[in-house]
Design a protein around this ligand. Structure first.
Ligand SMILES: Cc1ncc(COP(=O)(O)O)c(C=O)c1O
Length: 393
């Protein structure tokens, strides 16, 4: 039998810290390894498998589209991308969309759009303010946007034009805004940063500031969008509307797709000013359309809200019981448990041995981002495993 993990060591650049697990199959909230072991998956492909693994609607849409038309180019009109565009617009505050293939690419596009806006309307302003502890992707520009030294230092000097400031501080944003700033880009809740939830009025106040200065507000909803935090889009919970939003992860139900959406005012690209070979291809868009339609028609976001509250209440019970837990936080099905020391690696490993997959988001914190379709029974199962593992610490 092939030793796949040995093969990875031989052929792969060693960028990923992998769990010792070769996954071969998935269904709903479960995955199976090549030895036949079953695991409860609370990582969901890093918040990607919004409807669980291999959801029948997504699989059907993919199979049908694969037999019909997989790829053309954007030289032509194709139906799946227009259906996906329409459902996105009809269910958001935005007017125009551009499809791409990943989160980093969506953010790159959004920043280009903001720079174009700066060139046209703000005397060539080009800088974008982003937050410390944010995560916006791995392209060179997005490492500069991502306000974490560990992602920037190996590639320094990173591209010019990004100012990282304290998250959840309107003052920090105000202080950093000069005449060269064209936009502010923030996550409504920082995901990779450890599930950091800002004060209720933070985004609203930043919105007001952007309006005063005439600059754009971009929300990176690559992790918080498509139902993850209990509304179809995260911004709906903060009493404001951004000018531009970026999406990826959950949008394709497991298939790589990214998008940025803009209000009419911010939609300033002219013909030829941006492009993509694969962006908006029929296969990915068919998966995206099936996913989004299912999420909307079945009111998945409000179910996420309920199940998220349930998960949080169970995690809070664990906090009462285990004194090394110092914080439990979350919104919808994006939550984290923080410890008083760097316990994450040991806990994630023990949970894996007990059949539960978790994300080690920080050395002292684990993150929960199960499929949006996770059941209460599966939440109970996961919490029981956690309790067992925590009890041995
Ligand atoms: C908020 C946010 N933005 C951007 C990205 C980058 O997305 P991708 O890995 O698809 O490029 C991520 C990925 O984790 C993310 O969480």
């Amino acid at each position: 039998m092939t030793d796949w993990q040995k093969l990875e060591k031989k052929y792969f650049m060693p960028t990923f810290k992998r769990m010792p697990l070769t996954l071969v199959r998935g269904k709903g909230t479960h995955v199976w390894d090549d030895k036949g072991n079953r695991y409860l998956d609370f990582t969901a492909g890093w918040a990607v498998n919004s409807l669980g693994h291999c959801h029948p609607m997504v699989a059907k849409a993919l199979a049908e589209q694969a037999k019909t038309l997989i790829q053309t180019s954007n030289q032509f009109y194709t139906v799946p991308q227009l259906e996906l565009a329409r459902i996105l617009m009809e269910n958001s505050c935005f007017d125009k969309v551009f499809f791409c293939n990943s989160g980093a690419e969506a953010n790159e596009g959004a920043v280009k759009l903001a720079r174009r806006y700066g060139k046209l309307y703000l005397n060539g302003a080009y800088k974008v303010i982003t937050a410390f502890n944010s995560f916006h992707g791995r392209t060179l520009c997005m490492t500069a946007a991502t306000g974490q030294k560990k992602f920037q230092e190996p590639y320094a000097p990173v591209p010019d034009g990004f100012i990282n400031v304290e998250y959840n501080s309107v003052d920090a944003v105000k202080k950093a805004t000069d005449s060269k700033v064209c936009a502010i880009m923030l996550e409504p809740i920082q995901g990779e940063g450890g599930v950091n939830i800002p004060d209720k009025n933070y985004l609203k106040a930043v919105r007001t500031w952007c309006d005063q200065k005439g600059i754009l507000l971009i929300l990176d909803e690559i992790q918080t969008g498509i139902g993850r935090i209990g509304t179809l889009f995260g911004y709906e919970q903060f009493g404001m509307e951004p000018d531009i939003i970026t999406l990826a992860k959950g949008l394709g139900g497991g298939i790589p797709i990214g998008a940025f959406l803009a209000k009419e005012k911010a939609s300033v690209f002219a013909q030829g000013e941006h492009g993509s070979t694969f962006g908006g291809n029929p296969l990915a868009c068919a998966a995206g359309y099936a996913t989004l339609k299912f999420i909307i028609e079945n009111d998945i976001p409000s179910k996420v809200d309920e199940k998220g509250e349930y998960l949080l209440s169970r995690l809070l019970r664990l906090k009462k019981k285990h004194s090394f837990i110092v914080d439990v936080r979350g919104r919808g099905l994006l939550s984290a448990v923080q410890f008083n020391s760097d316990l994450t690696d040991g806990i994630v490993k023990s949970c894996l041995e007990q059949g539960l997959l978790l994300n080690p988001v920080k050395p002292n914190a684990i993150r929960f981002m199960p499929p949006l379709t996770v059941t209460r029974k599966e939440i109970d199962e996961a919490v029981a495993i956690l309790d067992k593992v925590f009890s041995k610490i």
